[in-house]
Design a protein around this ligand. Structure first.
Ligand SMILES: [Zn+2]
Length: 72
């Protein structure tokens, strides 16, 4: 049985973090293939997480002394 849109939204952050067991991941991906609205939600969630990760890396670099504007 496929996930409903509600189930997809409940599991989506785990899916984006790759923390779902393979069977659930499959059902979720099948749903995303057939349900453009949920696919859009997944896409924007990935973008948000990617931006947060990039921001975290930048802040980490900042603290380790690699400041791009420290040469002035
Ligand atoms: Zn859906």
């Amino acid at each position: 049985m496929l996930f409903s849109c509600k189930q997809v939204s409940e599991h989506l952050s785990d899916h984006v973090d790759d923390e779902l067991p393979p069977r659930k991941r499959w059902m979720l991906r099948l749903h995303l293939l057939m349900c453009p609205p949920c696919a859009r939600v997944e896409h924007s969630l990935r973008r948000t997480l990617g931006a947060l990760e990039a921001l975290g890396r930048e802040l980490g670099q900042d603290e380790s002394g690699k400041r791009p504007d420290s040469g002035a």
